[in-house]
Design a protein around this ligand. Sequence first.
Ligand code: C2E
Ligand code: CA
Ligand code: CA
Ligand code: CA
Length: 280
Amino acid sequence: AKSQGRNRVVTYSPDMRRAIEKRVSLGRGIREAIANEEIVPFYQPKVSLLTGEIVGLEALARWRHPEKGILAPDVFGAVFEDHEIAGSIGKLLVSKIASDVRHWLDRGFSFGRVAINLSPAEFGQPGLVDNMLRTLDWLKVPASSFEVEVTETVLLGRNSSNVSSALEQFQQQGIGIALDDFGTGYASLTHLKQFPLDHIKIDRSFVRNLESDSDDEAIVAAIIGLGQRLQLQVTAEGVETHGQARRLRELGCDHAQGYLYAKPMPAAQLAELLERWSSV
Ligand code: C2E
Ligand code: CA
Ligand code: CA
Ligand code: CA
């Protein structure tokens, strides 16, 4: 039992104990994974709804587990909440992504910006901005080929003044800023005014039933309109069907991302895709 403030005592049930043990062992495993560089970026293209061209990429973390194969963040995503671990994974990913980008630029590919997701814990790490800029500089990767994606949880966090200043520095350097999962948070509209943003991403939960649910359609239409008025790029997430894509196009959405176009893939496979694109 653990004493928790005032006069409450929490007793861990067997389930909770197992959950905690699992988390601890995941913590130990993940440190090894970082040291062995088993955490890698996969890339998912963003496409123009008008031309079908690749206009950007999102980097999504995967764990190449020696026994379990490729793991997605549903299994290990909790680590993005731990300051220290999130910081080291972030550094590892930024350097891998920057070297992939360098490689693709050298091969003459065009792919817009590559977006990296940043968790609240990563904004708590000192040197976040400096590290990223130093890595880009070292590999001669232009800041304009990078974008950061943040959710409202980041903007609402305890250190939101740190977040503001980090975002301002990113923007000054030419790194794009996207507000992820737009519409699922709270006080979204205030955030659009308060933070320097270039891009909003409509959460997949509004896209899913776009064709059958008139409320979802109204919300998506309103977000697109808002984006246009505020001169923000708008990307719809989780596009899985031609019907959804058609409706988004009719509503004036710029860009889409989802399994209809491509699933997140390893760097080598993405390079093949870019190769095919650049030779047409
Ligand atoms: P997110 O940033 O909202 O990423 C989009 C998620 O939707 C990804 O899941 C992607 O694989 C999935 N997705 C893309 N298209 C479709 C689709 O058409 N249908 C469906 N059902 N899903 C689609 P993933 O890769 O499992 O990542 C889950 C979450 O983990 C991300 O959500 C993000 O919050 C977090 N995450 C992933 N990589 C990183 C990272 O490097 N750093 C941080 N801090 N968080 C990350
Ligand atoms: Ca994202
Ligand atoms: Ca998202
Ligand atoms: Ca999400």
